[in-house]
Design a protein around this ligand. Structure first.
Ligand SMILES: Nc1ncnc2c1ncn2[C@@H]1O[C@H](COP(=O)(O)OP(=O)(O)OP(=O)(O)O)[C@@H](O)[C@H]1O
Ligand SMILES: [Mg+2]
Length: 348
């Protein structure tokens, strides 16, 4: 599924424009996908606030700079949109050929999305194409056109062009599915903890049924440490990017971990109320810069009472030597989940 697509080459460049870091992953699609480049560059503070681009030229500069550093010449890229103005819903419609379903799904979509259908990019996928019941399950995705337009304009300012505009939750799912096929049974939670936003994605039998955003990320942890421990921004950041749990950091990890866990529990409760067959979560995975915070994954797992691990978007994908430049791969890998998911999309 994609909201918009052009077609193109054998190499895909995925760009994840975050409020903390811009990330780029290049994948060559041969017999198997190979990551040929993976780079990140910091975003200036407050250029993006909670997913909203405040200063397009600053953001465009960061993107352009990253492409230069990485030595990527390709102009067509895959990006994603997310947040409140993207809606994902499982709906049911009378069974028919997928090619005939668009009008029906579009009509149905009006009952499920809280904004004007005219201002929306829509896509859908039949989840049980081989099914024999009278109705079929359809995964519907709708995003405000505005989101796609803003992203396109931003890329243009950076000298780039969108080959595909994906949705955050699907891109994360894409990377996750390739690397964790064993998580495609029952209910799994993927908790992607960024700089300002945490995306909670619930998968049921491999289908990304529910996505929710929380306004928590590494920034809040850092601000806790600055405010309550009197640390400088640099020292606080270093602690969050460290490798050890410490008594100084632990209370904040507990508190914010609790906040994230409650968000996951609410999402699970919602999923169970809307999808009767879905049971309890069996396993959770975390990714994003926040997944590196010492002790956070453990706190989440304990609180949710499920096994949890930090998801590695490179677990099943070959990485060309030197693709990460001089940065240690394991430090950056969890942050690359979304960008890997974008770059896994084939353009032709
Ligand atoms: N090696 C690293 N380099 C840079 N930042 C790191 C590193 N390890 C952990 N971090 C933390 O991860 C954060 C960025 O995480 P991530 O890239 O997932 O967020 P983002 O996508 O920029 O944010 P959002 O999606 O919320 O807008 C940084 O702000 C920093 O706190
Ligand atoms: Mg992010």
């Amino acid at each position: 599924m994609a909201l918009f697509g052009l077609g193109g080459s054998k190499t895909t460049v995925g760009v994840d424009i975050g409020s903390g870091l811009v990330k780029l992953v290049e994948i060559q699609h041969g017999k198997e996908p190979v990551i040929t480049k993976a780079y990140a560059a910091p975003m200036l503070p407050d250029a993006i606030v909670e997913g909203e681009i405040m200063d397009p030229s600053v953001v465009a500069d960061a993107v352009r700079g990253l492409f230069q550093t990485a030595g990527v010449k390709q102009k067509k890229v895959v990006v994603a949109v997310g947040g409140r103005d993207v809606i994902i819903r499982k709906i049911q419609v009378d069974r028919m050929k997928e090619s005939d379903a668009y009008e029906v799904v579009r009509w149905e979509a009006q009952q499920h999305i809280p904004f004007d259908i005219e201002g929306v990019e829509l896509d859908f996928q039949v989840l049980d194409p081989e099914g024999e019941s009278i109705q079929m399950d359809v995964l519907l995705v709708a995003a405000k056109k505005e989101l796609v337009e803003t992203k396109t304009a931003l890329l243009a300012e950076a000298g780039l062009e969108p080959a595909i505009v994906d949705v955050d939750a699907f891109a994360l799912h894409n990377a996750f599915e390739v690397n964790y096929p064993e998580a495609m049974d029952g209910v799994a939670a993927l908790v992607h903890i960024g700089h300002e936003v945490t995306n909670i994605n619930l998968l049921y039998n491999g289908v990304p049924l529910l996505t929710r955003d929380l306004s928590v990320g590494t920034r809040k942890f850092r601000e806790d440490l600055q405010r309550e421990r009197g640390l400088s921004a640099e020292d606080a950041e270093a602690m969050l990017r460290g490798f050890e749990r410490t008594p100084e950091l632990d209370p904040y990890v507990q508190n914010r971990g609790e906040e994230i866990a409650i968000g996951v529990e609410r999402a699970v409760a919602f999923l169970q109320s809307s999808s009767r067959e879905a049971g309890a979560i069996q396993k959770a995975y975390c990714s994003g810069g926040g997944a590196r915070i010492p002790g956070l994954a453990e706190v989440l797992g304990d609180r949710l009472r499920v096994p949890i691990e930090v998801a590695d978007p490179l677990r099943a994908i070959r990485v060309k030597e030197g693709a990460f430049g001089t940065v240690p791969v394991d430090e950056l890998a969890p942050l690359m989940m979304l960008a890997v998911g974008l770059a896994l999309r084939k353009l032709n």
